[in-house]
Design a protein around this ligand. Structure first.
Ligand SMILES: Cc1cc2nc3c(=O)[nH]c(=O)nc-3n(C[C@H](O)[C@H](O)[C@H](O)COP(=O)(O)O)c2cc1C
Length: 371
């Protein structure tokens, strides 16, 4: 892309804090992240992120090493502050069998073996974050809460940029008051989990259009808009609302370099992602995915859902087998509401199209704001 066309709009507090060229962040994609995708976005001049919440500390270290072998630009590693619902620790075999009864009739259909009950073995946030700190990653992004003060202090001392995620104005204030560097304001259009941590996720369903300007007004730290942004129009709209960068997930999930399966990526591009819904049925926590048969069944009033992450473990065998059988009706097909806007599955083309023709309108917008 011709860099001469881009002038001051891209110099925001987010790009200067992170040391990146363009205010475009590839949102962490949990277990569907990939080192290749992360590095490709960072190499272009945006910020690539890798979701590490489900990984053992040793694997997180390997992923960081691999990203560093693919790029010398800044990148983010993402963790979940709250790793399990309180009820997960005490949930027993009885609850497991009841929850299993809602999916067992599907197992044969795709040739899946029935999962067996195992007591929950926690992964510890403290052990995961230690790897990030020791590796001195450029940026640490997180959802589902606020890290302990000692972690924030250590990141600040080491110059690790802290990126907290808010789904409501109150959450953004908590993050800003604790000294987090930037806040990702995530509207409910977004794909994946709703990382709410003050009220129930169901009571924290603000859209990007409402959430971003209210967060901008409420905090002094820079705001990154997330949720539903898929092209240049979305970037311009986010900046008009006061955001200083955007975080994009679903569009990058559909990229060839992401960790999503071939079936998942094809479904995102097929038009079926026009209808998404929110469910606890896939993991135990509220998240957005393409509406399908499994979601409808698990959203039914009578369905018994295990606490996070037990429900995720429960449906794992079914998901793997359904993916192998290319049956998109029986597995989580994570997606935000803007999948229909996806035009490319190559990282450079996605970045080009998001940045194309926005310099003029955004510089105009800056002049208007400073008027
Ligand atoms: C499959 C998937 C997994 C995600 N996992 C995480 C995660 O682990 N941590 C996080 O902070 N955000 C996660 N997100 C949210 C994205 O990083 C991003 O903020 C969101 O997708 C933006 O909305 P969009 O999907 O409309 O682009 C995930 C999103 C998707 C689609």
């Amino acid at each position: 892309m011709d860099d001469r066309s881009i002038t001051s709009w891209k110099r925001t507090r987010v790009t200067s804090a992170l040391g990146i060229e363009y205010p475009i962040i590839q949102g962490p994609l949990g277990g569907l992240s990939s080192q290749r995708l992360t590095a490709a976005v960072s190499n272009y001049g945006g910020l690539g992120s890798l979701g590490a919440h489900s990984l053992e500390p040793r694997i997180i270290q390997e992923r960081i090493d691999e990203i560093r072998s693919l790029t010398n630009k800044p990148f983010a590693i993402n963790l979940w502050i709250s790793m399990e619902d309180a009820a997960a620790v005490s949930s027993g075999a009885g609850a497991f069998q009841k929850a299993l009864s809602h999916i067992s009739h599907h197992l044969d259909r795709v040739g899946a073996t029935a999962p067996s009950y195992a007591a929950y073995e926690p992964l510890r946030f403290e052990d995961q974050v230690r790897v990030l700190i020791d590796a001195k990653v450029p940026a640490f992004s997180f959802i589902y809460g606020l890290p302990p003060k000692e972690v924030l202090d250590e990141c600040r001392r080491l110059g690790i940029i802290m990126m907290g995620t808010a789904t409501t104005v109150d959450e953004a204030k908590v993050l800003a008051d604790a000294g987090v560097d930037v806040v990702v304001a995530s509207g409910f259009e977004a794909g994946g989990h709703r990382g709410s941590f003050i009220r129930k996720a169901e009571d924290s369903l603000m859209g990007t259009m409402s959430l971003v300007p209210q967060v901008v007004d409420a905090v002094n730290i820079p705001v990154i808009a997330a949720g539903g942004i898929a092209d240049a129009r979305g970037v311009i709209a986010a900046f008009a609302l006061g955001a200083e960068a955007v975080q994009v997930g679903t569009v990058f999930l559909a990229c060839e370099a992401s960790g999503a399966s071939d079936l998942h990526r094809k479904t995102l591009l097929s038009g079926k992602a026009a209808v998404t819904g929110l469910t606890r049925g896939f993991t135990g926590r509220l998240a957005r995915a393409i509406k399908n048969e499994l979601m409808d069944e698990l959203n039914a009033d009578h369905a018994e859902i295990l606490p996070y992450p037990l429900q995720r473990h429960l449906i794992r065998n079914l998901s793997i087998a359904a993916d192998r059988a290319r049956d998109e009706s029986l597995l989580p097909m994570w997606s935000g509401q803007s999948a229909a806007l996806i035009r490319s599955t190559e990282v450079d083309a996605v970045m080009d199209s998001m940045l194309r023709d926005i310099a003029g309108p955004l510089d105009e917008l800056l002049r208007w704001k400073h008027h």
